[in-house]
Design a protein around this ligand. Sequence first.
Ligand code: SF4
Length: 339
Amino acid sequence: MRYGQRASRFIRQFSGPGDHNGIVCFKFWQLIPAAGCPYRCSYCFLQTVPRFRFHPEELSGLVYTNVGDMLQQLQEWLIHPIPRMMIVGELQDGLVFDPAFEKVTGKPLTHWIIPPFARQGRHRLIFLTKSTEIQHAIALPPTRQVVFSWSVNAEEVGRRWEHGTPPPSERFSAAEKMKKAGWPIRFRLDPMVPYPDWKCGYSEAIKRINALEPEMITLGALRATSYRGLRNAAKANGRDDSIFDYLTEQKDPSGFKYRIPFEKQVEMFRFAIEHLKAGITPALCKEDKALWKALGLKFQGCHCLLGARDGIVGERRAEMAATTTRSVPPSKALLPVIA
Ligand code: SF4
């Protein structure tokens, strides 16, 4: 674990996959209190992020200690009049650094950033994690302004390709404790992998999800921006690269990412949606509109948004309408019906 001062801004808006394609993504807001991750998932895209390729010693975790700057920027962001969601866990695991923050800044990260969200009723914060380090967060009074979201998987996928992480069963237990304590929870069932016994593994995971009744579940399947690049990086980092045997050398229709075969992805997502309890909202993340169409899904918000009424959805729709009018053929225009 490394420690340092962050010179650039702590809050960034995701630049997105670009406008002129069929990838459905809204440019979510992210907080960057740390970078990297001590876990060693084979498929982790952080392995190909330029910063970590040039500074491999930071891949296992870099905690930014100038929390005063972070809180100042957070206060400014919270003034915005339109409700928005802030995510922690895009360029790092969102919760695993909580104890490290306590050690070097005197307070866990959760104790720095949850109270400002709890004091207002407009914006929400979401922690995305595979960690079970909930001991500090659970000591705070629960608030609906803060969501905890676990990335979960079939036990076998966790065992084979998510090295160093708590097994999915322990992540479910952590989620259960937080839910019982009164906190909103979500899940990402991601990345789904079509290993031989996937139906059995995922039906077990979905049973746990159903029992916990999260406010949303986001589905994702194995993917990579660079087919060879990510596999080679995993190999160079001593991670099991056999997971990439399931990836094809074909990109989605938008040319955004290499994916598992399209029909298999549809089959797996359909399986998950059919086994989900009524009332749990399914969502997709950065997927091509061809997939939304094949699944017959309507957009009702996504993991990093408050819902279909999030401020960013309105901004994005206005942008798309303007772009479509100017230059983009209607067939390329974004996308799904907003429910
Ligand atoms: S937990 Fe997330 S951030 Fe950490 S190694 Fe795995 S995929 Fe990467």
